[in-house]
Design a binder for this molecule. Structure first.
Ligand SMILES: *Cc1c(COP(=O)(O)O)cnc(C)c1O
Length: 198
C-alpha cells in the first residue's frame, strides 16, 4: 500500500524554537542543519534562522556544504566531520571551514591550508570525538575560530556534564580561539554554564 507522506514546515515555529534555545544559551546559538536540517530542508531552514539572527550553521560532511550553495556573507558554515584524506580538495574549494577532530586532521589541514581558519573538537568525555587534552600541543600554529567539545550525556542529568565542563575549561585556558562551544541543544537546556564558557 502506498501512503504518500507530507511534512508541513512551520518556519515561524522553527524560528521560535531557535530563539528559545538562544535565550537559554545566553550566547550566540548556532544551528545544526545536517541531514537536510533533520529532514526539514537545509536551505529553507538556513534562510529562516538567518532571518532570525542565527549566524553559525553546521553540516556533517562536505557534499552537504556544496549542496547548500551560497551562505549569506555575514554567516558561517562549518563541517562537523572535519577533513578526511578524501576531503581536502572539497574543503579547499569551499567557503565552509572544518571542525578538525584528530591530530591527523590537524596535520592534514596545516599542510593543505596553512593559516586558514578552522574549528577544533576536543574530547572531554571519553566519547572518542576529538583530540584528547594531552594532544593539544598539536594545535600550535592553527588559526581557530571555535574550539568545541561535545557533551556525551547532555540529555541526562549526569555528573559527566560537570566533569566535561571542568576539563573543557582547563583546555580552553591553554588553547587560543575566538570562541568556545560545549553545548548542543540538550546541553543548552541544562543551563548557562554549559552553554558558554567564554
Ligand atoms: C549534530 C551535532 C551537534 C548539534 O546537535 P543538536 O542536538 O542538533 O543540537 C553538535 N555537535 C556535534 C559534533 C554534532 O554532530
Amino acid at each position: 500500500m502506498h501512503r504518500p507522506l507530507r511534512l508541513t514546515i512551520d518556519s515561524s515555529a522553527l524560528v521560535h524554537n531557535w530563539r528559545w534555545l538562544a535565550d537559554r544559551a545566553g550566547v550566540p546559538a548556532g544551528a545544526a542543519i545536517k541531514a537536510d536540517a533533520y529532514g526539514l530542508g537545509a536551505r529553507e531552514t538556513m534562510r529562516a534562522l538567518h532571518g532570525a539572527g542565527c549566524r553559525d550553521f553546521f553540516v556533517s560532511v562536505w557534499p552537504e556544504a556544496e549542496e547548500l550553495g551560497a551562505v549569506p556573507g555575514d554567516a558561517s558554515l562549518v563541517v562537523l566531520h572535519g577533513v578526511g584524506p578524501d576531503d581536502v580538495e572539497a574543503a579547499l574549494a569551499s567557503t565552509a571551514r572544518p571542525v578538525l577532530n584528530s591530530v591527523e586532521q590537524v596535520s592534514r589541514w596545516k599542510q593543505a591550508a596553512p593559516g586558514r581558519v578552522c574549528d577544533v573538537m576536543i574530547d572531554t568525555g571519553m566519547n572518542r570525538l576529538g583530540l584528547r587534552p594531552d594532544e593539544i600541543a598539536a594545535l600550535n600554529g592553527l588559526s581557530i575560530d571555535t574550539l568545541h567539545s561535545h557533551l556525551a550525556c547532555a540529555d541526562e542529568d549526569h555528573d559527566l556534564n560537570a566533569a566535561q565542563l571542568q576539563r573543557f575549561r582547563e583546555v580552553a585556558a591553554q588553547v587560543p580561539a575566538k570562541r568556545y562551544s560545549l553545548a548542543n541543544s540538550a546541553g543548552t537546556c541544562i543551563g548557562p554554564t554549559t552553554a558558554s564558557t567564554s
